[in-house]
Design a protein around this ligand. Structure first.
Ligand code: FAD
Length: 545
């Protein structure tokens, strides 16, 4: 077990007895695919509160485009999906978890259909199945061409609203998980939250499901929405949970790369439909790099783009869809995005660049979504279940959110001591005493943007020991005068969370002296069997090993 600087237990000072108290059976932190699906299952066993720090439409889930991978075609097999996932994961997946998710996938998708999910179908009403990088078969269900995530979010949110016993709190920021004390094994009993209107509140629960999503905002270039600031990972770490595989951040190869445009993702399904990647001289450069050419796994394509840019001394690389009939009609969101910049995929080359996309590592869980901390479960992008190994296969994450969301919701029926009969925790007296720092004011925006630039340059697609060592020391330094401050609004708390998780990521990438999956070390270019195991991270004073 490794650790980084000793983060204090709570972000803010408080006395629990002086705050408003709310009680429930299950608290779900996060309102994306994993959190909403978890809430629906947990509601079968008791009352649920599900909260999101913004509104329930702004999630990574709602931004997902390409689709959900699952075996629906009679010509496809579970075994083929399992093998594709294992190959993408670069010998680092937990095969039993891969089988569990792939096997349960079709059932979870049929359930979504029964709840009203509308997906693209052919004229005979058969579900149309797309193909994406790393998949040997057509098995990606999609909605509105490239608006699958929004449909998943809509259906689950509707279902949550129709399910008795679920309370939905929007704009409710979870600062920290609450434990009665800071000793190892102390159970999580809910969270301390902040709402702009109601202020700080203690939410007590028998079980807490962390489904707070990803960490893309840690990097200057990212496909993620602004709320993906790694809060879930940071609060879990502070509560004593183990984080695993933190070196593995997946970079998406194709985001729109235009001055002034946000780094909008261009879905892999477009390469699945036959789009090419061209270099500055307009030649396809993926041929010869990988047998699947443009449909190689994402890490291979992202790394090839970076190498191509270096070879041609900068400049641009392009996505070429000009030969694909009806491209604008098939991918409406893509066409609309391009239109804003006076581009047309049918006639123009599209400049693209990789960007941070998916946090593969996360809070370590078992097959029941349980973490090492009693009472704390985790699901979705915040979790490290072992499904993805060292790299996520395209469209496996919405699937994982559905499968593990349901598993976590079921497991939440058992309280933190494993007993269904466990009463709700009463208000426990918790005192967080933090003295205000005497180190003066900070320009928080500057700290955040410096961190994001440093992460992109040094913990990005191509890494070296020297750069990682440098950035780890730099983050430690920024951490010393930022983590001792007390902030009273989300921007400050998020920045503190980003520093903590950035420190873990940089150290994990430094420790992993090999290249595997989405982790590329130029100074250790090969896979090394001694690093096949997970690297795990936790608070130093509570653990050993
Ligand atoms: C542009 C884009 C395209 C993608 N395309 C695909 C695809 O085609 N197929 C696929 O399988 N995957 C895709 N992914 C990945 C996939 O969308 C995510 O991995 C998945 O949706 C994560 O779901 P989640 O429920 O774990 O988290 P999210 O959907 O991100 O939800 C996180 C929730 O946690 C809440 N939260 C966070 N911090 C706090 C806090 N401190 N307090 C309270 N609430 C908090 C947020 O408000 C949000 O409600 C894509 C991702 C992006 C960004």
């Amino acid at each position: 077990m490794h650790s980084v600087f000793d983060a204090r237990r709570f972000l803010i000072p408080f006395r629990s007895s002086l705050l408003p108290q709310i009680f429930t059976d299950t608290l779900v932190i996060g309102g994306g695919v994993a959190g909403l699906r978890a809430a629906i299952s947990a509601a079968q066993h008791g009352e649920v509160i599900v909260l999101a720090k913004g509104d329930f439409k702004h999630t990574n889930t709602a931004w997902a485009q390409g689709g959900v991978a699952t075996v629906l075609d009679p010509a496809d097999t579970i075994e083929s999906h399992v093998q594709d996932t294992l190959v993408a994961g670069a010998d680092a997946c937990d095969e039993s978890i891969v089988r569990l998710v792939v096997e349960q996938g079709p059932r979870r998708i049929e359930e979504m259909f029964s709840w009203g999910m509308r997906v693209d179908r052919d004229q005979g009403g058969r579900v149309m199945l797309g193909r994406e990088g790393g998949h040997a078969a057509h098995r990606i269900i999609h909605a509105g061409g490239d608006a699958t995530g929004a449909e998943v979010q809509r259906v689950l949110l509707e279902r949550v609203k129709q399910t008795a016993g679920i309370r939905v709190f929007a704009n409710c920021f979870a600062l920290d998980l609450i434990t009665p004390n800071d000793s190892e094994g102390s159970p999580v009993m809910g969270a301390i939250t902040h709402h702009p209107k109601f202020g700080l509140q203690m939410i007590w629960a028998r079980s807490t499901i962390l489904a707070a999503g990803g960490s893309g905002v840690l990097f200057r270039e990212t496909t993620n929405p602004p709320q993906a600031t790694a809060d879930g990972l940071a609060m879990a770490y502070r509560a004593g949970a183990t984080l695993a595989d933190m070196a593995y951040m997946q970079f998406h190869p194709t985001t729109l790369y235009l001055a002034g445009a946000s780094r909008s993702l261009i879905t892999e399904a477009i390469r699945g439909a036959g789009a090419y990647l061209l270099d500055e001289a307009k030649n396809r450069f993926m041929i010869g790099v990988h047998p699947m050419a443009e449909l190689a796994p994402r890490d291979i394509v992202s790394q090839a783009i970076v190498r191509q840019l270096a070879r041609q001394g900068g400049g641009k690389v392009y996505l070429d869809c000009r030969h694909i009939a009806g491209i604008n009609e098939r991918f409406l969101g893509f066409a609309e995005l391009l239109q804003k910049f006076d581009l047309n995929a049918q006639t123009d080359l599209i400049p693209i660049h990789p960007a941070a996309h998916y946090m593969v590592g996360g809070v370590k869980t078992d097959a029941s979504a349980r973490t090492n901390v009693p009472g704390l479960l985790a699901a979705g992008e915040v979790a490290s279940t072992g499904l993805h190994g060292a790299n996520r296969l395209a469209s496996n994450s919405l699937l994982e959110g559905l499968v593990f969301g349901a598993i976590a919701g079921e497991a939440a029926a058992d309280g933190w001591n494993g007993a269904r009969s466990l009463p709700r925790p009463g208000p426990v007296s918790i005192v967080s005493d933090i003295r205000p720092s005497d180190r003066g004011e900070l320009d928080l925006t500057d700290v955040r943007s410096s961190l994001r630039s440093a992460m992109w340059k040094n913990v990005g697609i191509e890494r070296t020991g020297a750069k990682l060592q440098g950035v780890a020391e730099m983050i430690d330094f920024w951490g010393r005068y930022t983590l001792d401050k007390i902030f009273d609004e989300p921007f400050g708390w998020e920045t503190q969370n980003m520093l903590l998780v950035g420190a873990v990521m940089a150290r994990a990438a430094l420790w992993r002296e090999e290249s595997r999956g989405c982790h590329l070390r130029l100074d250790f270019p090969n896979r090394r069997p001694e690093f096949a195991k997970q690297d795990i991270w936790g608070k130093s004073r509570k653990v050993s090993g």
